[in-house]
Design a protein around this ligand. Structure first.
Ligand SMILES: [Zn+2]
Ligand SMILES: [Zn+2]
Length: 83
């Protein structure tokens, strides 16, 4: 049984349609300013930020932290998981 995760907040859903139906509290445009976005990578035991390389045990832990190498500027955005 596959799980589907939001790339922004790490919330787990049983289907893509359920995931993309929900507002995302960590959407880059602001809390609940957009829908969850499907994380298209595979399920992993740890996730690495594609900007700075820091690893976390879950997407939700990763996206909870500000990224010092975010493309919008240091700590101007959250870590983002690499695929
Ligand atoms: Zn989300
Ligand atoms: Zn980062």
């Amino acid at each position: 049984m596959a799980n589907f995760y939001c790339e922004y907040c790490g919330t787990k859903y049983p289907s893509v349609s359920a995931l993309t139906n929900g507002s995302c509290s960590r959407h880059p445009n602001g809390a609940n300013k957009g829908k969850h976005k499907l994380y298209e990578g595979s399920e992993k035991t740890k996730y690495t930020c594609k900007y700075c390389g820091t690893s976390y045990p879950s997407i939700s832990a990763l996206t909870n932290g500000s990224c010092s190498r975010h493309p919008n500027g240091a700590n101007k955005g959250k870590h983002a998981p690499a695929l």
